[in-house]
Design a protein around this ligand. Structure first.
Ligand SMILES: NC(=O)c1ccc[n+]([C@@H]2O[C@H](COP(=O)([O-])OP(=O)(O)OC[C@H]3O[C@@H](n4cnc5c(N)ncnc54)[C@H](OP(=O)(O)O)[C@@H]3O)[C@@H](O)[C@H]2O)c1
Length: 370
């Protein structure tokens, strides 16, 4: 477990470059720049920066950069027994995770916060030793009332029981009026309100989630503050190699959500043609056998090798441990074309609430028409 703890503290860039050296050409056959967007690349966007925030609320030596594996907290509850949420988060920290992914929309942040407190205590850690991300929900984009952004941010800090966040994301590029469910708010305005949060000294970085290419370009062109990270769905059934590479060129970290694909039971029934469960897929299970890993570790390791941060969620101790163990699962070059072929055969986006919200999400990205 000691090795895992050390590895989980490594920055993504250190880890991935070490692994990439082994593999020599980690994403070369991922058709990284095969999109037509290559010609449109605007280097002035990549040149923007995310300001380094120092304040009395942030210790002088917080976690340097986002750890390559975090613990997801969506659907972390056991009906009315929120103790399950607290215990899972505490166990994750105790096991060696140093990064927790939260959101106001998950409606469990108070219990996640208790888990953070308990986990830090048991592991003998301080707040500064871990990375905490949370997200602003659609009904607090604040077009009509700009103070809503700061209001939800403050509630999140209070619920999680932390003095600052490492990263605060706009959950979707869709603002919704809480009164009439009007979704016409502009994320550019929301982003400008989020940049003001940096002035409070209570958040180190801001970022986005679920943006389409043109939305990302527009947001970056509108502001001097570059998003630190973009969190979106990314797994072997939705590989988006060029989109990942695009972020590398921009200097924006990619965090892969639902990295175990259709292992999340919520997606059942949401997708017209659900592919076979990723973790039972023979391509994945055979690679797992050959590399002495588990199928989940193969899926997570594959994403980390490509340079993405992964945030698997589980309420089971054995899975929490197993998923962190993906840091020790080394894939080899021949595994990549096999997994790439899987992505072509079963290309599926699991999470697209656009239809229900009356908006077209993920324009220009794979699987956006489902
Ligand atoms: N930004 C966004 O819009 C967005 C959207 C979706 C997710 N996220 C974030 O990403 C995190 C991860 O995504 P996710 O929760 O959708 O899915 P996930 O982490 O890919 O999969 C979670 C599911 O897989 C099961 N599982 C976990 N580890 C396993 C293992 N080793 N073997 C077998 N089954 C395993 C879990 O079961 P048990 O829990 O029963 O153990 C759970 O049902 C979320 O928790 C959230 O923090 C963000």
């Amino acid at each position: 477990m000691k090795l895992l703890t050390v590895l989980s503290l490594l920055s993504t860039s250190v880890l991935t470059s070490a692994l990439h050296n082994d593999l020599q050409q980690p994403i070369s056959n991922d058709h990284a720049f095969d999109s037509g967007f290559d010609d449109d690349f605007d280097a002035s966007l990549a040149a923007k920066s995310h300001p380094k925030i120092t304040s009395e609320h942030i210790p002088s030596d917080p976690v340097d950069s986002i750890p390559p594996i975090g613990f997801g907290t969506w659907l972390l509850k056991n009906e009315d027994d929120m103790q399950n949420t607290t215990d899972s988060v505490a166990y994750a920290l105790q096991t060696g995770y140093r990064h927790i992914d939260c959101a106001a929309a998950y409606r469990n942040q108070k219990w996640v916060g208790k888990g953070i407190k308990a986990g830090l205590h048991t592991a003998g850690l301080e707040r500064k030793d871990i990375w905490v991300t949370s997200k602003l929900w659609n009904d607090h984009h604040g077009s009509a009332d700009p103070s809503l952004v700061e209001q939800e941010f403050n509630e999140t800090l209070a619920d999680l029981g932390v003095g600052y966040l490492d990263l605060y994301l706009m959950h979707w590029p869709v603002g919704e009026d809480p009164k009439n469910h009007n979704t016409s708010f502009d994320y550019i305005f929301t982003w400008s309100r989020m940049t003001k949060l940096l002035d409070t000294g209570r958040v180190r970085y801001i970022g986005i989630s679920n943006f389409a290419p043109e939305e990302l370009r527009r947001l970056m062109a509108s502001s001097d503050v570059k998003p630190y990270a973009h969190q979106f769905e990314l797994h072997p059934y939705l590989q988006q190699g060029w989109w990942l590479a695009w972020h590398k060129r921009l200097g924006v970290v990619v965090t892969a959500y639902s990295p175990l694909a259709n292992s999340n039971p919520t997606y059942k029934g949401r997708v017209k043609e659900m592919p076979p469960p990723l973790l039972n897929n023979t391509v994945i299970t055979e690679i797992a056998k050959e590399r002495s890993c588990t199928p989940a570790q193969v899926a997570l390791s594959w994403n980390m090798f490509r340079g993405a941060v992964v945030i698997p969620k589980s309420k089971h101790e054995r899975y929490i441990e197993e998923n962190l163990g993906s840091l020790n699962c080394a894939l080899l070059y021949p595994d990549y074309p096999k997994i790439e072929a899987l992505g072509k055969k079963y290309l599926t986006r699991m999470n697209n609430p656009g239809e229900g919200w009356g908006v077209h999400l993920f324009k220009g990205l794979d699987g956006s028409e489902q």
